[in-house]
Design a binder for this molecule. Structure first.
Ligand code: 5GP
Ligand code: ZN
Length: 119
């Protein structure tokens, strides 16, 4: 398993417990925590424990992991009561899309109306 953790990576440090963070959910493969700068009433980040820098670095072996991330987002949306009204999930990939933390993470945003297209 390449790039399992990166000591320079903010999210690897959060996962390692080096930075005080409340986990909304965690299991052996994923952690979920609130975004520090929420853009909606619900704005959580679904993050694999494995360090993968961008979506471009995914391998076929990661297909199951990404599926777990997506389904976890749907489960959290259900738990927050936003499933029916609707919510958005976003992976930003590289600077042009606004990626600022280079450890993949799925944003789950909801609890308000969300316009399209995004900026
Ligand atoms: P990106 O821009 O890479 O798609 O998303 C990174 C997200 O991480 C941003 O929404 C940003 O607010 C969030 N973030 C950055 N630093 C921290 C932090 O130290 N703690 C938490 N909880 N979120 C962070
Ligand atoms: Zn990392």
């Amino acid at each position: 398993m390449p790039n399992t953790t990166s000591p320079e990576c903010l999210f690897c440090r959060i996962i390692a417990g080096e930075l005080p963070t409340t986990f909304v959910y965690q299991d052996s493969r994923l952690v979920v925590f609130d975004d520090i700068n929420p853009q909606a009433p619900t704005h959580v980040l679904i993050v694999p424990r494995q360090h993968i820098a961008t979506l471009n670095d995914l391998r076929k072996d990661d297909d199951g992991l990404v599926g777990e991330m997506t389904r976890r987002a749907a489960m959290i949306a259900r738990d927050r009561g936003i499933s029916s009204a609707g919510y958005r999930t976003v992976f930003n990939c590289n600077q042009g899309a606004g990626q600022t933390v280079f450890h993949i993470h799925l944003h789950l945003l909801g609890g308000r109306s969300l316009t399209w297209p995004p900026g």
